[in-house]
Design a protein around this ligand. Structure first.
Ligand code: GDP
Ligand code: GDP
Length: 437
């Protein structure tokens, strides 16, 4: 199930991006540290109580060819109305109700989506009275908040999550592999889908199962059933923001949530850009299996070193995903397209692999003998035992004498030893360190 989407809507300068940054989860360091990745971040995951959700700052979505401010706001609001499960309508408590707020309100009246009104810049108790005039907007009780001073966010988020659709797990057929193709516009995702589905061995079911906002295509080979997760959502074709590159990120995030295996499609001709990293980083964080598919290889001028160079480039740019296999294809000439599904099968198997505790502990015991754990102030880390607690992705709990003594580099070492012993091709693995007497 993809996570609910919450959108921040409102005219410029009310404090949307400030609130976004307060609510959004910090990304993990490996992705964050890459220069350029954090700039103009407008999508993130967030968590409140037991709820995980996506959050969008629609103010960051500039719709091309729209220089008029009001048109921008209008399209941003439309996007939120289409895509969000809950909308946070942000207004400015210092300026009071403005004409532009009323315009936004007019659009939101027509939305059949829950709307929570946040009056921002209520920086202290004395300003509480400023919120009453916002009742006139017609969205019920206004929530006073201060993005800068982190006031009122808890109550606001309580209201937001109370509107989430019930989290009923869709029954999933464990034998089916759910595959998503992600990548920025024009890398050749649709062409690849057609090339894969057009292969002789592939049978496409004509009953398209539809989930909440994805259009899923079931298909099969002789050995395996798959579902192609496609959040493209035909219904949205033609909307102005369709052509907006940043908008495509949201689709990608939803598709990743719904997939087991993510094909990160890169354009072999155009190379790797920041957005590729951001999307791939999300697949990694979400614990999905991944494969790099370098498309348009037919139009790349090559010699005998070109492929090796491209591999090196991917390994440099996506250091956090060293586990992901790379395949060079052309959707146009179909070159190596038939290799994709067998690799999907392999990484899906690794993604759901379970290792017996005894075997696991033999491997860890050997690793600990080969490179003893670090010590600090005369105290040495002791790894007591390891057990696998989950699949998709494989997740291990490492019991130690003292958590403080476990360093990132030693975790990395243990992860590498697990990979050497069991493969885990294409899947992230997670280590959770726990203390045990
Ligand atoms: P956006 O255009 O809606 O995304 O607004 P920004 O988040 O960029 O904020 C616009 C301005 O309002 C900035 O100068 C912020 O520092 C300021 N601002 C945002 N939140 C608050 C707040 O809670 N209190 C005060 N006093 N200023 C705020
Ligand atoms: P999407 O936006 O990622 O779905 O990309 P499309 O599948 O619509 O492809 C974008 C453009 O790239 C189209 O003009 C395709 O014909 C072209 N294209 C896709 N795959 C290849 C390929 O392997 N080789 C070449 N030369 N062109 C391709």
């Amino acid at each position: 199930m993809s996570k609910p989407v919450v959108a921040l809507v409102g005219r410029p300068n009310v404090g949307k991006s400030t609130l976004f940054n307060r609510i959004a989860q910090k990304r993990i360091a490996i992705v964050e540290d890459t220069p350029g990745v954090t700039r103009d971040r407008i999508y993130s995951t967030a968590e409140w109580l037991d709820h995980q959700f996506h959050i969008i700052d629609t103010g960051g979505i500039e719709i091309e060819a729209e220089d008029e401010i009001l048109m921008q706001i209008k399209h941003q609001a439309e996007l939120a109305i289409d895509e969000a499960d809950v909308i946070i309508f942000v207004v400015d408590g210092k300026t009071g109700v403005t004409e532009a707020d009323k315009e936004v309100a007019n659009l939101l009246y027509r939305a059949k989506k829950p709307i929570v009104l946040a009056v921002n810049k209520i920086d202290n108790i004395k300003m509480q009275e400023e919120i009453y005039e916002f009742y006139s907007l017609g969205f019920g009780e206004p929530y006073p908040v201060s993005g800068v001073h982190m006031i009122g966010l808890g109550d606001l988020l309580d209201a937001v999550v109370s509107h989430f659709p019930p989290q009923e797990e869709e029954p999933k057929d464990e034998d089916v592999i759910r595959v998503a193709l992600i990548g920025r516009p024009n890398v050749g995702k649709s062409s690849l889908v057609n090339a894969i589905l057009g292969e002789e061995r592939v049978i496409v079911s004509n009953v398209a199962g539809t989930t909440r906002d994805a259009i899923d295509t079931p298909f099969s080979t002789q050995n395996q059933d798959y579902i192609l997760v496609d959040t493209a959502g035909m219904r949205k074709r033609g909307k102005v923001y369709e052509t907006t590159e940043k908008y495509s990120v949201l689709r990608a995030l939803k598709a990743i949530d719904d997939a087991d295996v993510v094909l990160v499609v890169l354009d072999g001709h155009a190379g790797v850009i920041e957005q590729d990293k951001r999307i791939a980083g999300y697949a990694h964080e979400a614990g999905k299996a991944s494969i790099f598919v370098v498309n348009k290889w037919d139009i790349v001028e090559k010699d005998d070193k070109t492929m090796t160079q491209f591999v090196k480039k991917i390994r440099d740019e996506f250091q956090f995903m060293a586990y992901a296999p790379i395949v060079f294809v052309s959707a146009k000439t179909k070159q190596r397209v038939q290799k994709i599904l067998p690799i999907v099968d392999e990484v899906a198997e690794a993604h759901s692999m379970r290792v017996a505790t005894s075997v696991l502990n033999d491997v860890i015991a050997d690793a600990v003998v080969m490179t003893p754990p670090p010590s600090d102030k005369g105290k040495r880390l002791k790894v007591k035992y390891v057990t696998q607690v989950a699949v998709k992705p494989p997740t291990f709990v490492v019991f130690v004498n003292d958590k403080e003594l476990m360093h990132f580099s030693y975790e990395r070492y243990l992860e590498n030893k697990l990979r050497e012993a069991f493969g885990f091709e294409g899947t992230p693995i997670r280590l959770i360190v726990r203390e045990k007497e």
